[in-house]
Design a protein around this ligand. Structure first.
Ligand SMILES: [Zn+2]
Length: 233
């Protein structure tokens, strides 16, 4: 087996390992990311505050109408109690009672509006809570799937590491060092297969002489354009 082929096998295993590690990093980042949950929680918190505020307003409005009714009752008690007999005083009480009654209408209207606001915000709050539960349920499901995938990839990566050991053992130390050096400089790909007389990594076409050399020679040959080791296979 020539060194180019062995290096090519090593490259294949390393590419798979690179892919596995990239996916593991991606999975870890998704597992750590809880933006959706935090946003949903924030929404529940905000709608709770809004609803509490609206309920407070409603209680105030209810208190106001209750007080107003009491004022009307007090005035009417005086008006019809029989103690006040002076016609001018009675007339004033009558007017006061009417004015209080008119303002009661305004206060009742405000109470009704406050009630509607509470109803609306109760709905908004319930929707926010439901959404939070959905987001949580989705995350539990998603995390379970990702953890499963994570286990599987880790398991697979162990096998590839064992394979890497086997594949790299017959390669000379010099070539391994050369390979590592190229991998660092060429985005993880140190060995390129030659397909249709071209470097599969950069697409550059090989001269016929160069291709023949790469095909038969035991020495390593490099792509003249990207510098990668060529495996003509
Ligand atoms: Zn190339």
């Amino acid at each position: 087996m020539n060194q180019a082929f062995q290096l090519y096998r090593l490259q294949q295993v390393d590419s798979q390992l690179d892919q596995a590690h990239a996916r593991l990093r991606e999975i870890d980042s998704i597992l750590k990311n809880d933006v959706a949950i935090r946003e949903a929680e924030e929404e529940v918190k905000k709608t709770t505050q809004d609803l509490d505020g609206a309920k407070k307003e409603l209680r105030k409005a209810e208190e106001n109408t209750k007080n107003q009714r009491q004022k009307i009752k007090n005035t009417d008690d005086q008006l019809y109690g029989g103690k006040v007999r002076n016609p001018k005083e009675l007339q004033d009480l009558q007017k006061e009672s009417e004015a209080l009654g008119r303002y009661l209408g305004v206060l009742e209207e405000r109470q009704l509006e406050a009630m509607m606001v509470v109803e609306d915000l109760t709905q908004t709050f319930e929707n926010a809570e439901k959404k939070l539960q959905e987001v949580r349920a989705h995350q539990i499901e998603q995390h379970a799937a990702l953890l499963g995938e994570r286990r599987q990839i880790t398991q697979q990566a162990k096998q590839w590491l064992a394979e890497r050991q086997a594949v790299s053992s017959p390669i000379s130390e010099t070539n391994i060092a050369h390979y590592d050096h190229l991998r660092k400089r060429r985005a993880g790909i140190a060995v390129a297969k030659v397909t249709e007389k071209s470097c599969s990594a950069c697409g550059t076409e090989l001269s016929t002489a160069h291709f023949q050399m790469a095909l038969v020679s035991k020495d390593l040959h490099h792509c003249e354009s990207c510098g990668r080791i060529l495996y003509a296979g």
